[in-house]
Design a protein around this ligand. Sequence first.
Ligand code: CMC
Length: 445
Amino acid sequence: MATKTTPLTEENTGKDTVAKDTLSITDNRTGKTYDLPIENGSIRALDLRQIKQSPDDFGLMTYDPGFANTASVKSAVSAIDGEKGILTYRGYPIEQLAEQASFLEVAYLLIHGELPKQAELDDWDHQITTHTFLHENVKKLMEGFRYDAHPMGVFVSTVAALSTFYPDAKKLDDAECRMHQIQRLIAKTPTIAAFAYRHRIGLPYMYPDNSLSYTGNLLNMMYRTSEPQFEPQPVLEKALDVLFVLHGDHGQNCSTSSMRGVGSSEADPYCAMAAAAAALYGPLHGGANEAVLRMLRQIGSTSNIPGYIKRVKNKEVRLMGFGHRVYKNYDPRAKIVKKIADQVFEVTGRNPLIDIALELERIALEDDYFISHKLYPNVDFYSGIIYEAMGFPVEMFPVLFAIGRTPGWLAQWQEGHLDQDQRIARPRQIYLGSDARDYVAMEKR
Ligand code: CMC
């Protein structure tokens, strides 16, 4: 017969009735029942450890590859309703921010938690635009990369290298010092990105022009040649700004979890952000925009789409830019990106890949495989087509994603550092290897 043990909620103690906000679990191995408190729609994984077969049993764990159903943190930065396709930053809908706020304003919101007043925004903009220069030795370090180095590898390494230039960043408990590193990183990522690009094409690095906007300056450092003053094309400058807003933050995704994971060991933010950018690089995450472009080029024409879809359904290839761990509906960011495409094409001319993308989306969204798997376009499906139309080479796409995500990484890193619940990230494993055995000498193997 089931025996009730370990009543964990106060209301439950000594009473026969089970408290409402609890989960009763019966361990059929022992017949014991446990009542675990439910808080914020979750139970504490450590509460499961009391569920044992014998006193020397380690206790029950959960097995959750890819953390598909494990909340590792409490956060107030961004929220996603995957079923409805809703994304908010600090409560503000992404659609409103994309339409009405600038990227630096959104960066302020993500970091500080509230929208800035005009004077606060002016000061913030000033702080960011006066920290855009890199130490000359950072430039020299970047010059050491191979002529064809992928800009994302250069970006990851250079962000890590900044740690050696700013040893004060280790003062994690000093709020002013933390803010200084945050501003430095938001300010310097476009410079690193542009230098990485110019290195690859063999052009001299172009220094920042702090009289330009955040994205205007990035375009300046990327594309300026001999003209005395670079004038960014306003539509492209704005489109890039909106794309950065859309990438600002996105819950506990792979790169943000890496940022928090490394941050939890109290490494400085440069090292933590290098780890986050490394996680972003993969084609299943921020590298997907690059993979989408290569896929669209490979498909080549709308007539080849049915054949490609067939290969996707046979699981030979994935439809890049489709699907998401959290969204089981249209990614709201993808809707906005699709709209920006038209504005950009009016200036740059139409990228012919858009026709393949639109037709691919149309066919996929009518197909049973995609419907039953709830696969919709994500932010990366259309962003690469815009970046390409704007003249960015495909290797730069994940770097652009990284620039946009920088404030989100830093907001999440700081939130983790200040969270009393944060402990060093240290998941458990289910060990299925050999039992302990004696070393075998070479001649006896
Ligand atoms: N094409 C074809 N099938 C897919 C795709 C896809 N893009 N995505 C998921 N599936 C199928 C998958 O084969 C599996 O099918 P089944 O249940 O029959 O075995 C099912 O859907 C679930 O897939 P999963 O890999 O378990 O899903 P996940 O939540 O682990 O992965 C994902 C999410 C984004 C990695 C995945 O959808 C994917 O690989 N998409 C393509 C890459 C991509 O566009 N990534 C960018 C994500 S958005 C930007 C960002 O935040 O990083």
